[in-house]
Design a protein around this ligand. Structure first.
Ligand code: HEC
Length: 131
């Protein structure tokens, strides 16, 4: 029994030491990056908004579809100093189009599984893309 344990331990150790041989990734150096280039946070936020979050299927950038556009949402949130993350966590009431809140509500079960970091990225993306 003891031997088996030792064998497993050494196998695990070898696994670790093999992994550490990986070469460190080279850092990318961007020279003369343009201001309008997308930041890594923007790209992550966009992926969440259009992919995993599926928000884009109801929220276009500047025209209404099933839900209000991100521009409309952000305009109202800025004017009223709203808290998007609070809304997405169901801690704040809707302020944009409360009559259609039931449609937006269908997302909350899924959104509960998103980390705070992911919600922040989504909110930052919505803000940046609406400017
Ligand atoms: C099935 C369609 C649908 C999807 C998918 C959807 N929404 Fe919505 N959303 C709506 C509708 C309709 C409203 C308007 C009702 C309201 O204001 O709550 C809305 C409103 C909102 C509002 C404004 C809330 C307020 O204060 O009134 C925010 C912010 C928002 N959605 C974010 C998101 C995000 C982020 C996602 C992706 C995780 C998402 N929505 C996915 C339909 C959708």
């Amino acid at each position: 029994m003891k031997n088996i344990f030792l064998l497993l331990l050494s196998a695990a150790f070898m696994g670790v030491s093999c992994q550490s041989k990986k070469k460190p990734e080279k850092e990318k150096i961007v020279i003369g990056a343009k201001k309008e280039e997308k930041s890594p946070e923007f790209i992550k936020g966009e992926k969440l908004f259009k992919g995993k979050g599926n928000c884009y299927s109801c929220h276009r950038l500047d025209k209404k579809s099933v839900g209000p556009s991100t521009k409309t949402i952000m305009k109202i949130y800025k004017e009223q100093q709203g808290d998007i993350i609070g809304f997405l966590r169901q801690k704040k009431d809707p302020i944009v189009d409360p009559e259609n809140y039931a449609v937006m509500k269908t997302n909350f079960a899924r959104l509960a599984k998103f980390s705070d970091e992911e919600l922040k990225l989504i909110a930052a993306y919505m803000n940046e893309v609406s400017e």
